[in-house]
Design a protein around this ligand. Sequence first.
Ligand code: MLT
Length: 219
Amino acid sequence: MQDRELDSHSSVLLGFMHRFVPAPTGKPRESATLLLLHGTGGNEDDLIPLGKEMGRNFSLLSPRGRVLEGNMPRFFRRLAEGVFDMEDLKFRTEELADFVETSSKEYHFDPGRVVAIGYSNGANIAASMILLCPKILLGAVLFRAMVPLVPEKLPDLSERHVFLSSGRYDQIIPREQVHELELLLRKSGADVTLNWAQSDHSLTREEVIKAKQFLDSHY
Ligand code: MLT
């Protein structure tokens, strides 16, 4: 089999430093693409191993957040922990949606079969994207997400599947936030699987395995 590492050096598109790893079949158009969105202080390399673990035929698209907090990349600006700059969040969500669409042409993957996997800040922009630009994402795995924003008009998320995995002992994301996000997604018609990990803000093996099972059964 072709070594996928060879195809996945970082490059820049629409200002996004990113990596694209084609599906092992070498035919990105025939498989779903996982949009990998790292947490605060991460980069485009962080979630590649996780994406590969999700296995099978997925291609991987992994951008680096374009906002810097000190020297830490993020996907949108925040004013304080859990307090978001709403204008920037909306702008960055659309900017990321454009990046995904342009990437689909550049790398020849199907723009109608993109599923996000986000962690923390990456999960928050993924949630924002599914709420504001629902056409871009067929589903999402949200690790440690909160309510990024409440759209003026709820999107139609029927046929969209979301795996929402939160830490029972997370000190950054209050439980009410998780339930509010779950409710918002359900009210929009999404099929939501809520998982409570026996953990804080860090990921556990168990929830990664559950996320893989979720992807296997839906995509
Ligand atoms: C983070 O540290 O990334 C926060 O928990 C989530 C965010 O700011 O989006």
